[in-house]
Design a protein around this ligand. Structure first.
Ligand code: GLU
Length: 291
């Protein structure tokens, strides 16, 4: 039997809250139950928003909770060269293109399209798809703009990528927390349009780094929040075009705040540090999240 490998992969861009605690503790519980490994991955590619201070606090909160993970911890910001090599492959295979439009230009394009009575597609988060113009730019013009230091991001040509994959894609999703049964979910990467896979200064994005690392670290089970459910379609497509072995997924319930909304890192009252300072124990946290 292959070894089960779970991971908890937070971004140190704010304080951990009850939602993170649930995710971390559920991964721990499932790894223990299956005699598997638990990895901790620091997803800190956003070097402006992720800070050493947040990371130190995060590790302290997780230690206090009694998480326990294998060392060394993989810190994504230390692996940019590795992501760049993968990005170079996607560039060579013409599955990504440089996208130059500013937010203002995108907004203007969409307003103009919608004024003419055409709905413009939006992704599952409500963000409009990227307009098609840059995909058609001649190579010479792309090179000219990049050489001239024009700001841009590398976007996945989702149509080309799906054609390259050459088949309908699906992923294996567990039906509940016991991980005893699975079903197949159709991957719908096209719902997201041409997503960003890398920036000019940072040779990766959340989606690219996550699929590369899950494969590299031999993650067999991705257990994470329901809020990432439909993004899994994009990740499944990236795995396919990069020839990476896909893990199985379980997207767990979200811990909601008193207002019934998803917790955010700025909501102090449900922050783990605030709870600890108010006298809560790790067992209180487990009970609160239902574990
Ligand atoms: N780093 C992501 C976050 O903090 C989670 C990534 C994942 O679990 O795939 O939301």
């Amino acid at each position: 039997m292959t070894l089960l490998t779970f991971r908890f992969a937070p971004s140190p861009n704010g304080e951990l809250h009850l939602g993170h605690a649930y995710s971390a503790l559920l991964n721990q519980k499932l790894a223990k139950a299956g005699g598997g490994r638990l990895l901790l991955r620091v997803e800190d590619i956003d070097t402006a928003r992720c800070t050493p201070r947040f990371e130190a606090d995060m590790l302290a909160d997780l230690t206090w909770l009694g998480l326990g993970w294998e060392e060394p911890v993989r810190r994504q910001s230390e692996h940019f060269a590795g992501y760049e090599a993968v990005l170079d492959r996607l560039i060579r295979e013409e599955l990504v293109y440089p996208a130059f439009m500013s937010r203002g230009e995108i907004r203007a394009f969409i307003a103009d399209t919608e004024k003419r009575g055409r709905d413009w597609p939006r992704d599952p988060d409500g963000v409009p798809h990227y307009p098609p113009a840059d995909k058609a730019l001649p190579v010479k013009e792309r090179k000219r703009r990049i050489a001239g230091n024009a700001p841009f991001a590398w976007r996945l040509d989702v149509t080309a990528a799906m054609a390259h994959a050459g088949k309908d894609l699906a992923w294996t999703e567990f039906t509940d927390e016991t991980l005893s049964a699975t079903h197949l979910v159709e991957a719908r990467p096209q719902d997201w349009g041409d997503v960003i896979v890398a920036r000019r200064d940072i040779p990766t994005s959340y989606h690219l780094a996550v699929v590369v690392d899950d494969a590299l670290q031999g993650v067999s089970h991705v257990v994470r929040g329901q809020d990432l459910f439909s993004a899994t379609g994009v990740q499944r497509l990236l795995q396919e075009i990069l020839g990476l072995q896909p893990p199985a997924y379980f997207h767990h319930r979200l811990i909601l705040g008193p207002d019934g909304r998803k917790l955010s890192k700025s909501l102090r009252a449900t922050g783990l540090a605030a709870l600890r300072d108010a006298g809560a124990s790790p067992d209180d946290v487990r009970r609160t999240v239902g574990l």
